[in-house]
Design a binder for this molecule. Structure first.
Ligand code: AMP
Length: 200
């Protein structure tokens, strides 16, 4: 299964991506995690990304696209993948499409996990306290939500036009949201209740 999980910061994409990847035994590619690992290692990529991440801005497309293209060429992606946090711009989405067409394995589904802004702020503040992420300070959180609205939200229409998009309510217990996601996937309608996923 080749899936993209879209959604604002705090929507629960990371938790859900891990569940879905486990279910399909496929690669879980979380660009934020890859960047944080590079920052921790002090790699060249980490050094280039850190200032953007600390401000809550997007890392420039060329760096992200190169990193993801390299990751997609790894062996474990042959069994499929769940992309969590990529693409985040139309430019990134177009690069992904081009690569997947070249590989003869286009995306099969895009799930957009939603929650209202108060819920997102509440969750992100909780995560800031628990994980001490440098980009979870209140100002930065608000900025990241704005960046999502401006740069990433257009991907909802991008994928809707390609008939790949399903909107999923991200509020509820983790297992409930996973069930909605699985119900929204093309070949797994037996694995969840399709009525719980709001097709757009
Ligand atoms: P996340 O853990 O997905 O919220 O990502 C944390 C940070 O990593 C983001 O705020 C960005 O600075 C950077 N990042 C992750 N994925 C991308 C992407 N696809 N494009 C640009 N920046 C990204």
């Amino acid at each position: 299964m080749r899936i993209v999980l879209l959604g604002p910061p705090g929507a629960g994409k990371g938790t859900q991506a891990a569940q879905v990847a486990r279910r399909f035994r496929c690669a879980n590619i979380a660009t934020g995690d890859i960047f944080r690992a590079n920052v921790a290692e002090g790699s060249e990529l980490g050094q280039a990304a850190q200032e953007y991440m600390d401000r809550g801005d997007l890392v420039p497309d060329d760096l992200v696209i190169a990193m993801v293209m390299e990751r997609l060429a790894e062996r474990d992606c042959q069994a499929g993948f769940v992309l969590d946090g990529f693409p985040r711009t139309v430019n990134q989405a177009e690069a992904l499409d081009r690569r997947l067409v070249e590989m003869g394995s286009p995306l099969q589904a895009v799930l957009c996990v939603q929650a209202d802004e108060n819920e997102l702020l509440r969750r992100l503040a909780g995560r800031a306290a628990a994980q001490h992420r440098s980009d979870d300070a209140e100002q930065t959180i608000r900025h990241r939500l704005e960046v999502f609205s401006i740069k990433t939200r257009p991907l909802i229409d991008y994928y809707r036009h390609r008939r790949l998009l399903t909107m999923v309510d991200g509020v509820g217990r983790v297992e409930e949201v996973t069930t909605r996601i699985l119900g929204g996937l093309p070949s797994t309608n037996g694995g969840g209740d399709p009525a719980l996923a709001l097709a757009v």
